[in-house]
Design a protein around this ligand. Structure first.
Ligand SMILES: O=c1ccn([C@@H]2O[C@H](COP(=O)(O)OP(=O)(O)O[C@H]3O[C@H](CO)[C@@H](O)[C@H](O)[C@H]3O)[C@@H](O)[C@H]2O)c(=O)[nH]1
Length: 463
């Protein structure tokens, strides 16, 4: 039996959003897979507990909640600035009260908190607990935010996008030259409503004691190196922070694979190798109804098989899908991407989805919607060369519909297993999958980083 003083007690606080809760939980599971001497208290709102309480997790991860002091997840997209404002101002007090109670049970060794929750750093300072800031977007995007002053100095903020969109941003440390139009949407249009909030979060990060990336070192080495050189504390890339540990355990599937009488994994088993396009637009929809209609019709007209994760849009599949496709409300995404029948991924380019596709070695059709998804799309298409853009026009030029004819042709070509271009792209995607496997294997970059992080925080116990 371990004495309680040798147990590392980590409090994990994700930002309340699917794209943040998931990678935080994946990291926590990874920490538990490395050491038994750890207890993780995973803090979410009561509403979020309802979403994740039944997910499988190791016994040494437990949930604790703060009250629902922020707008419901179900309506957060309706007024995003108000949601962010609430997250930044309403959660700190209940979190600190909870922390005080937790400390009575077992002293807290470290807090791992989403970088978008900067108040956790102040709480950590007040209570003398080190804070590891977890950045769930790409390291490149953090570098862009972190060097915002350079955008201003180079007259790229504020910018006239239709006029300046093709100008190159080539002065951000570690970042490959990037067109202004490929920067996060937060720098223009409605995005600017939350820009100052995001910049405040990023400028608090250097006051943390560690910076953790969900990314893979080899995928963004230059930019991660640049943070390592600049920050006075350890920077660890622990990714890909995707649920690969769950893949080994078939009972760990977070949602039933049997939906509406269809078992989607069984359905995938019946499809030819590499033939299925997996379609998911993320949890935060803001595509116009007219564009959605074109996408649905285009994919259906392409004749390509598809597995479609759809919450709001199911009614658009008016005539059903026949044998060609399956529409489901939610799936175990990494398991789907790793299925041999899946040959392509239509994605909104959330960073978790991007990392999952990289891990699975699946090429992508990119349809970014906002924030970091635009530079992620650029990374996929131009950096790694494992995808094609659906929209050719620049964001900010006004919404120009991509028609069903264009989409049908694109999807058909993208899923053509015979073409040389596609074979080369699939090979490059498979190579990315190998890089991820090497990173998480014993002695790989992610493995070493996770061990080093555990060692760092455990040393505090000995003091
Ligand atoms: O049927 C589904 C659909 C999604 N997912 C999971 O949901 C998560 C989605 O994350 P992500 O792809 O990053 O998308 P968002 O939820 O849109 O993520 C938000 O957070 C990300 C990380 O900060 C940002 O990169 C995005 O722009 C932002 O919208 C991933 O873990 C997926 O595996 C499932 O498990 N099943």
């Amino acid at each position: 039996m371990e004495s309680s003083s040798s147990i590392c007690h980590v409090v994990a606080v994700p930002y309340p959003g699917r794209g943040h809760v998931n990678p935080m939980m994946n990291l926590c599971k990874l920490l538990c897979s490395k050491t038994l001497s750890i207890l993780i208290t995973f803090v979410v709102t009561e509403e979020w507990l309802g979403f994740i309480a039944s997910d499988k997790k190791p016994l040494n991860i437990r949930f604790r909640t703060v009250p629902n002091v922020i707008p419901s997840e179900l309506v957060r997209a309706n007024d995003f600035p108000a949601f962010i404002a609430a997250v930044l101002t309403k959660m700190e007090a209940p979190f600190e009260e909870l922390l005080a109670r937790l400390e009575v049970e077992l002293p807290v060794t470290a807090i791992i908190a989403d970088t978008y929750l900067p108040w956790t750093i102040q709480v950590g300072q007040r209570r003398n607990i080190p804070v590891a800031s977890l950045w769930t977007m790409s390291a490149s995007v953090l570098s862009i935010f972190h060097h915002f002053n350079l955008l201003v100095e180079n007259h790229h903020y504020p910018a006239d996008l239709p006029e300046q969109g093709n100008e190159l941003v080539d002065y951000i440390p570690g970042l490959a030259p990037t067109r202004l139009a490929d920067l996060p949407t937060i720098f223009y249009g409605n995005g600017r409503l939350v820009l100052n909030r995001a910049l405040d979060c990023v400028s608090s990060m250097p006051k943390a004691q560690y910076l953790l990336f969900t990314s893979v070192y080899e995928l963004e080495s230059r930019v991660i190196d640049s943070f390592n050189e600049k920050l006075p504390f350890p920077v660890y890339a622990i990714g890909p922070s995707v649920p690969y540990l769950d893949l080994k355990d078939h009972s760990a599937t977070t949602t039933s694979t049997s939906l509406n009488g269809h078992d989607y994994l069984q359905w995938l088993d019946l499809q030819p190798k590499g033939s299925v396009l997996y379609v998911s637009m993320g949890s935060f929809l803001s595509i116009s109804a007219a564009q959605m209609d074109e996408i649905v019709a285009g994919v259906q007209d392409s004749g390509v098989r598809y597995l479609w994760v759809s919450r709001g849009e199911s009614s658009r599949f008016k005539d059903g899908c026949g044998d060609q496709g399956l529409v489901i409300p939610w799936c175990d995404q990494l398991r789907v991407l790793c299925h041999s029948s899946v040959g392509g991924f239509w994605t909104h380019c959330g960073w978790n989805s991007t990392l999952e596709a990289a891990y699975a070695g699946v090429p992508m059709l990119t349809f970014p919607i906002f924030w970091d998804q635009i530079p992620n799309s650029k990374q996929i298409v131009e950096g790694w060369k494992i995808g094609w853009r659906v929209k050719k026009n620049m964001v900010g030029e006004g919404e120009q519909l991509v028609t069903r004819e264009e989409i049908a042709e694109l999807v058909r070509k993208f899923m053509d297993l015979e073409s040389n271009e596609q074979t080369e792209m699939r090979n490059r995607a498979a190579k990315l999958g190998e890089i991820c496997q090497i990173a998480i294997a014993k002695g790989g970059s992610s493995d070493i980083s996770v061990d080093a992080f555990i060692k760092d925080i455990s040393e505090r116990l000995a003091r």
